[in-house]
Design a protein around this ligand. Structure first.
Ligand SMILES: C[S@@+](CC[C@H](N)C(=O)[O-])C[C@H]1O[C@@H](n2cnc3c(N)ncnc32)[C@H](O)[C@@H]1O
Length: 246
């Protein structure tokens, strides 16, 4: 297999230096957890609880993914695996958890991925040409803080985004989270267990964070999943200079 794992902390400081710094109270990101992730999250939760069947996620990836793609917060690589022809030129898998990188790299071996241990809350510096699409599926609702804090991820990707690159993703938000008793209960339970952290995440705030930095910002809510896409300006306007802690 022609792939490379490069340790992050030396060039992605400061902050959690290892995967161990990320809590995983439900064991979702253990090798065993990752094996059942797709059936549980994309099968059961997405369709029956969030009101957003898995095909919406996959279609969104198909629509936005470019031949040179970087994915941040990779999970199991479910959507990329279902995209044909997929990232035919280059694929970078970026995550703070080595277990997710290992799982995805094996599953997506046909795209010859490179893997990078990085914290998405800090400027992402990797020794590679910039990418034309950057996927952030399911990452924001995993991060602590409100949308303003999470918007730091949009600054952190500056070093790897080509001019006019498309950034896209989806995240569970509060909007619509109380629509059904089941959804409200699961939403509260997952927040209490720190599996997700989206108690203060609103679609309007996400729209504002995108609009501050990007052009052509689009958002759509399906169930309580906010899908978003935007285009990186040819001359990026970022809140922080690349290299600054965010
Ligand atoms: C909910 S999963 C999303 C998986 C996949 N992208 C999807 O759409 O199903 C969140 C992913 O983000 C990663 N993650 C969480 N916090 C992170 C951070 N600070 N930096 C980088 N990756 C992070 C997790 O390890 C996990 O792979």
């Amino acid at each position: 297999m022609d792939r490379q794992t490069i340790d992050g902390p030396a060039i992605n400081p400061p902050g959690p230096a290892t995967t161990d710094a990320l809590p995983d109270p439900a064991g979702i990101y253990t090798p065993g957890g990752l094996r059942i992730y797709d059936s549980f999250v994309m099968g059961l939760l997405a369709e029956r609880v969030w009101g957003c069947p898995a095909e919406h996620f996959v279609d969104f990836y198909r629509e936005h993914l470019k031949p040179a793609h970087a994915d941040i917060g990779v999970g199991t690589g479910y959507c990329i695996d279902r995209c044909e022809p997929g990232p035919t030129e280059r694929l970078a898998l970026i995550d703070l958890r080595q277990s997710c990188l290992d799982y995805c790299a094996e599953r997506l071996e046909r795209f010859r991925p490179e893997t990078f241990v990085r914290d998405a809350r800090m400027p992402i510096l990797i020794d590679a040409r910039r990418f034309d699409s950057i996927g952030l599926g399911g990452l924001l609702h995993s991060l602590p803080g409100d949308m303003r804090d999470k918007g730091g991820v949009f600054d952190a990707i500056a070093p790897i985004a080509a001019p006019d690159a498309v950034i896209f993703g989806y995240t569970l938000v509060c909007d619509g989270a109380n629509a059904t008793l089941t959804r409200r209960t699961v939403h509260r339970t997952l927040n209490a267990l720190h599996v997700i952290d989206n108690d203060h995440d609103h679609m309007a705030d996400l729209a504002a964070e995108l609009a501050r930095r990007f052009t052509d910002c689009r958002l759509r809510l399906i169930g309580n999943v906010a899908f978003f896409s935007a285009t990186v300006r040819s001359t990026p306007i970022f809140k922080h200079s690349p290299g600054d802690p965010i």
